[in-house]
Design a protein around this ligand. Structure first.
Ligand code: HEC
Ligand code: HEC
Ligand code: HEC
Length: 463
């Protein structure tokens, strides 16, 4: 519920490299995995692959993903390749209706014709039709005026195919295409402006709020980004979601690893790493040391072996006592985790030492759930519906503050109000607050911006 990107385990094997080259349907399948189409077009836990109906909790209301199986009545069975290409790259479906950018067409816009053709072959020939209608999306006025997306596209859609940079290696170009286009990393890691469009200039990949989670800065900056990670660590993170002494993937990143990134070929993962190295560095204001370099193990001899979080009532506990009962059985009272690294150290962990407290709080509320390389990684959540024990906002805040003080970025603190906000899916962007009574304002703003921008373009053209 918390994330806009919950999803399902893609029940497909990674196609062998040789197969991928020769057979367009297999090639399309690999591309669909790299682009993670199942992330949104399959309801989590459902066997009906690509049948849509998954509700994306956008700040403007629920947006349901479409049925993109080859069903002629309910899916895209009647789509021509040109219509399919237009939907994927330009956000306009076969009926001429504008799609919301919850469908990441602004990233897919750079997809090559060859790849769109392979994807089309896969969706038409390799996917089972599901004859079921996906629910209709009904946003409040003015966001239900889909035509206003035409204005948004004029401003923010760069409708240009990927063009390799001849001055760079083939590996770098492949990496750029994977990161910017197919795997749409920017949709999560690049901040958005007031109109909810990606700020894909100097701020690219400098980190973004993602519902209850925070997608960190992944620029090449040595302090705030990935500058201090080795190539091997980055590759391991993308393949498994776990790097001891650095970070683990939870929330939306766990889903990306589970469904998509772990299935990429080693050559594609190397290409991604090569490109990440060259993303211009952006320093997060106020950050002086890397997130993974913060904190140290607690000096304690408390014996936590055998303590299980299910055994005691934690209702009146806070801070250190909560930690001892809810966390220490796995992360140990020293916070160092277990020796085999399965239960990670909380010191030297980006979720605890970074400039944002959100991934720490979200991990406590929603837990960690990831499957990679045939291994299932699970941390129970302590939010609503917890199978262990549900903690109150004040308790989560007090626990998070203990963890920050002991093991992480002691300069930060968490309030109960912030926990409450993350529990509800994160802060609401200003644009979403325009719905309802502020009738028509957003539409007017979009139109005004279009006019302004066109005027400015003309002025520039005249000089
Ligand atoms: C992050 C979520 C997300 C991902 C990833 C995603 N989609 Fe979508 N897609 C959506 C949503 C949501 C809609 C419906 C948007 C709307 O109603 O305005 C949609 C609509 C579509 C449509 C229009 C269907 C119609 O008839 O209206 C097509 C085609 C489509 N997606 C294909 C794809 C393909 C192919 C991929 C992978 C390359 C993909 N999508 C990946 C969220 C996503
Ligand atoms: C659906 C949203 C989403 C997508 C797509 C996504 N990420 Fe992430 N990413 C996140 C979130 C959220 C985190 C924080 C996870 C955590 O700490 O539990 C994260 C964490 C990371 C980290 C660890 C950074 C740190 O400091 O801990 C790296 C590296 C990373 N992502 C790289 C990528 C790359 C490369 C891509 C594309 C190939 C990508 N991500 C695609 C949401 C996403
Ligand atoms: C049953 C064992 C277990 C318990 C209890 C537990 N954890 Fe975890 N924790 C894990 C596992 C497993 C991971 C993920 C390891 C991985 O990703 O490889 C994890 C990951 C984390 C992370 C990193 C999340 C991220 O997004 O990067 C944090 C922070 C964390 N735990 C804090 C806590 C706190 C605080 C508590 C007490 C409320 C707690 N854990 C209780 C097993 C546990």
């Amino acid at each position: 519920m918390a994330s806009a990107f919950a999803q399902e385990k893609t029940p497909v094997a990674t196609p062998a490299a040789g197969q991928v080259q020769s057979d367009p349907v297999k090639r399309g399948q690999y591309l669909a995995i790299a682009a993670d189409c199942a992330a949104c077009h399959t309801v989590p836990g459902s066997a009906k692959l690509f049948a849509g109906g998954y509700a994306i909790d956008s700040p403007m209301g629920k947006i349901y993903s479409s049925n993109i199986t080859p069903s002629k009545q309910y899916g895209i069975g009647n789509y021509t390749e040109a219509e399919f290409a237009r939907a994927v790259r330009e956000g306009v479906n076969a009926h001429g209706t504008h799609l919301y950018p919850a469908m990441p067409y602004p990233s897919y816009a750079a997809m090559t014709d060859e790849d769109v053709a392979a994807l089309y072959a896969y969706f038409m020939q390799g996917v089972q039709p599901v004859d079921e209608a996906a629910p209709e999306t009904r946003l409040a006025f003015p966001f239900n005026v889909r035509a206003s997306m035409a204005g948004w596209n004029l401003l923010f859609l760069h409708n240009q195919r990927f063009a390799p940079d001849a001055s760079k290696s083939a590996e770098w170009n492949r990496g750029k295409y994977l990161v910017d286009t197919l795997a749409h990393c920017a949709e999560c890691h690049t901040p958005r402006n007031a109109m909810m469009a990606l700020e894909d200039g100097a701020a690219s990949y400098s980190g973004s709020q993602l519902g209850s989670w925070h997608a960190p800065n992944i620029t090449s900056d040595a302090v705030s980004g990935l500058g201090g990670w080795s190539d091997a660590e980055l590759a391991a993170y993308l393949k498994t979601g776990h790097v001891a002494g650095k970070a683990q993937a939870a929330g939306p990143m766990a889903e990306a690893v589970t469904n998509s990134l772990q299935h990429l070929t080693d050559a594609d993962v190397r290409a991604i790493v090569a490109y990440l190295r060259t993303i211009p560095a952006v320093r997060t204001p106020g950050q002086a040391a890397p997130s993974y370099a913060q904190g140290k193990a607690a000096d304690t001899d408390a014996d936590t072996i055998g303590l299980r979080p299910m055994q005691v009532n934690m209702a009146d506990m806070k801070g250190e006592e909560l930690y001892a009962n809810a966390c220490a059985s796995c992360h140990q009272s020293t916070g160092e985790g277990t020796r085999d690294g399965f239960y990670p150290s909380l010191a030297h962990n980006t979720a605890v030492g970074g400039a944002s407290v959100d991934n720490l709080v979200a991990a406590i509320l929603f837990g960690v759930d990831r499957e990679a390389g045939g291994k299932h990684v699970l941390m129970p959540g302590f939010g609503p519906g917890s199978e262990v024990q549900a903690l109150s906002d004040a308790q989560v805040a007090s626990l998070a503050n203990y963890v920050l003080q002991q093991f992480g970025n002691a300069a930060l603190s968490v309030t109960a109000a912030h926990v409450a906000e993350l529990r509800e899916g994160g802060p609401t962007p200003a644009l979403a607050k325009l719905a309802g009574p502020a009738v028509g304002i957003a539409v007017v703003i979009v139109l005004a911006l279009v006019v302004l921008l066109l005027a400015r373009r003309k002025r520039r053209a005249r000089h």
